[in-house]
Write a protein that binds this ligand. Structure first.
Ligand code: CMP
Length: 138
């Protein structure tokens, strides 16, 4: 069925000038852009967005990283969006990501890994609504 996922082009990829190339890969893979904006998460935004990771040893580093510069947030729609987007971006650790995936091409490290992709339909809806109101979705 057609469904939605949520993505962020993270501060490392925006800083390194990869926004256009990543959007091109997303477009070429057949995703329709439902909502999109460039934004800058506050510390509180990042702590809320990543609350599920707040006991992890890398939580502080993750919040620091995600707030150090702007991101591009987007809601994407396609058949099987969540799973197909995770295939397109590749493994969390770019060293383990398949050839041709967005993380293989553009990520620096397991922490600075260029893009986010929701891990379930439920989280896609929660994460999309965190960044966008209904009036920003088309
Ligand atoms: P993502 O899967 O988008 O959301 C959780 C993020 O935590 C993950 O991307 C990485 O950016 C980060 N992360 C996961 N594991 C580690 C780790 N071992 N060290 C640092 N950051 C990590």
């Amino acid at each position: 069925a057609t469904n939605r996922t949520f993505t962020m082009i993270k501060p490392d990829a925006v800083e390194n000038g990869h926004t256009g190339a990543i959007l091109e890969k997303i477009n070429a893979a057949g995703f329709r852009i439902v909502a999109m904006k460039k934004t800058h998460m506050t510390k509180r935004d990042a702590e809320t967005f990543y609350a599920i990771h707040n006991e992890r040893p890398f939580f502080g580093e993750l919040v620091e990283f995600m707030t150090r510069g702007p991101i591009v947030a987007a809601i994407l729609e396609k058949e099987n969006a969540v799973e197909d987007f995770r295939t397109l971006i590749g493994a969390t650790n770019p060293a383990e990501a398949a050839e041709g995936t967005i993380r293989k091409l553009f990520a620096t490290s397991i922490g600075e890994n260029a893009v986010h992709g929701s891990d379930s339909d439920e989280n896609a809806a929660i994460e999309g609504s965190f960044h966008f109101s209904g009036r920003e979705m088309f």
